[in-house]
Design a protein. Structure first.
Length: 154
């Protein structure tokens, strides 16, 4: 049956759940994407239709299944090519502070144009929003956001 498995790429991740529990481990992204060369990007995968996903904890044992709706956010390393994109001139970002209940994170939200509003991205169709913080991407569950402060500049 191994020939029926989808090839995957393990990605280190940290999950923060709505009940306050945090998990460190790995998620498994498809090794090839349908819309571009290379592996599926974390935000593409997390915004997919599946309600649950396997999460391999750092501690020994079988993977656990996490419910996407119960995530506050999933943090993953920023892919190298996206870090290069962020350094290019003309990429518009907004510095934001996002609050999910008592949990807070800050970082940069990539927007389409300098005139784009954070509100437009919050009201977009995707369930998860990507916030860049240094070399980490936080994939934030928009349904769990209680408040966003658009800081314009850091």
């Amino acid at each position: 049956m191994s020939e029926l498995r989808v090839p995957v790429v393990p990605v280190p991740a940290e999950a923060l759940c709505a009940d306050g529990r945090a998990f460190s481990g790995r998620v498994f992204l498809p090794a090839s994407a349908a819309s571009h060369p290379g592996p599926t990007r974390p935000e593409e995968w997390l915004n997919g239709p599946a309600a649950f996903f396997p999460f391999q904890l750092d501690e020994p044992g079988a993977p656990v299944l996490l419910n996407k709706r119960e995530l506050l956010w999933l943090s993953v390393p920023a892919p190298a090519f996206e870090a290069e994109i962020a350094d290019l001139a003309g990429v518009a970002t907004r510095f934001v502070r996002i609050e999910c209940g008592v949990h807070t994170l800050t970082g940069r939200l990539v927007v389409d144009t300098p005139e784009s509003r954070v509100l437009d991205h919050l009201n977009g169709p995707e369930a998860f929003l990507t916030v860049w913080e240094g070399e980490r991407h936080h994939l934030v569950n928009k349904a769990r956001i209680t408040r966003v402060v658009d800081r314009r500049e850091e």
